[in-house]
Design a binder for this molecule. Structure first.
Ligand code: 48F
Length: 268
């Protein structure tokens, strides 16, 4: 046998084929889902965790290489976060270590928080696609019915490359402050938003107590088929920002997930 044709024990071509075959399968499978979440910050990840745990087919698209959004950096890059009593129940369920600072203020290490949420969500069945950006919404019969996706690298390089489309029963905008999906829907879908003005109202300045309360009221269906979640909810409905307290993000993600589970079960 010709020496150059001998297969090594570890063949580079087999490694490449394994990755390409497996990713292709995963991506094709993600083209139709119950719920598509945009943004892998704390709100989107928690939403994805509860949906997947309930057996709903859920895919999450994250623009960056890593998930976690604004959680890694805690406050001013001090990698500690604060959560309140109500949200601590979620961290207890996931197994994130918390330390009581004073009544209703619990500290958690932001690195442990992000990595544990991610691990639990993936093991619950959430399919996460990093390095993919949602660049548009897919609209059918006056309803947001999915996403238009492209590689983040295409977006960054400004290349003229057409995207692909996926369909889902519901889309969740968990893109944080920029509320990108709702902005796209407002600008391009022709569907009016169910805010007071029918338009995006913009976020208000920092006020943790008010912002944290408002976020649960604002985490809702903003247009048929499209939900706000996490900081996006306050940015869309004119709520306050709240800085490095993360309870509202976790509770918002869970609330949206529970509502969608009910709707999907009812066949809405
Ligand atoms: O910003 P981010 O962490 O949103 P969140 O889950 O949490 C907000 C907090 O981090 C913090 C706060 C706490 O009080 O106010 O800001 O609501 O995560 C949003 C993620 O969405 C990704 C982005 O890279 C980030 O990881 N993202 C944004 N736009 C797109 C996107 C897009 N068009 N496609 C894909 N991913």
């Amino acid at each position: 046998m010709n020496k150059t044709c001998e297969r090594p024990a570890l063949d580079d071509i087999v490694i490449s084929r394994a990755i390409i075959e497996s990713y292709n399968k995963k991506l094709i499978d993600a083209l139709e889902a119950d719920v598509a979440i945009v943004g892998g910050g704390p709100a989107g990840m928690i939403c994805g965790y509860y949906l997947s745990k309930a057996g709903k087919k859920t895919v999450l698209f994250e623009r960056k290489l890593s998930i976690g959004g604004g959680m890694w950096g805690g406050g001013i890059m001090f990698n500690e976060i604060v959560i309140q009593d109500k949200a601590k129940e979620i961290f207890d369920e996931l197994g994130v270590t918390t330390r009581l600072y004073q009544p209703n203020y619990h500290l958690a290490d932001s690195i442990e928080s992000v990595s544990t949420i991610c691990s639990k969500a993936v093991k619950a069945g959430l399919k996460i696609f990093n390095l993919i950006s949602a660049e548009d919404v897919f609209v059918e019969n006056n309803r947001i019915s999915g996403l238009v996706l492209n590689w983040t690298s295409v977006e960054m390089a400004g290349l003229h490359v057409d995207p692909i489309t996926m369909r889902s029963k519901y889309v969740v905008d968990a893109t944080g402050h920029p509320s990108e999906v709702v902005h796209i829907a407002e600008k391009k879908s022709g569907i009016s938003l169910n805010t007071e003005t029918g338009k995006i109202m913009g976020e208000n300045s920092m006020w943790a107590e008010v912002g944290e309360k408002a976020i649960l009221k604002n985490s809702r269906e903003v247009a048929p088929g499209l939900y706000t979640c996490g900081m996006c909810a306050n940015a869309v409905y004119g709520g306050n920002r709240m800085g490095p307290i993360f309870g509202g993000m976790l509770l918002s993600g869970k609330q949206v997930a529970l509502e969608l589970i009910q709707k999907i079960d009812k066949g809405d």
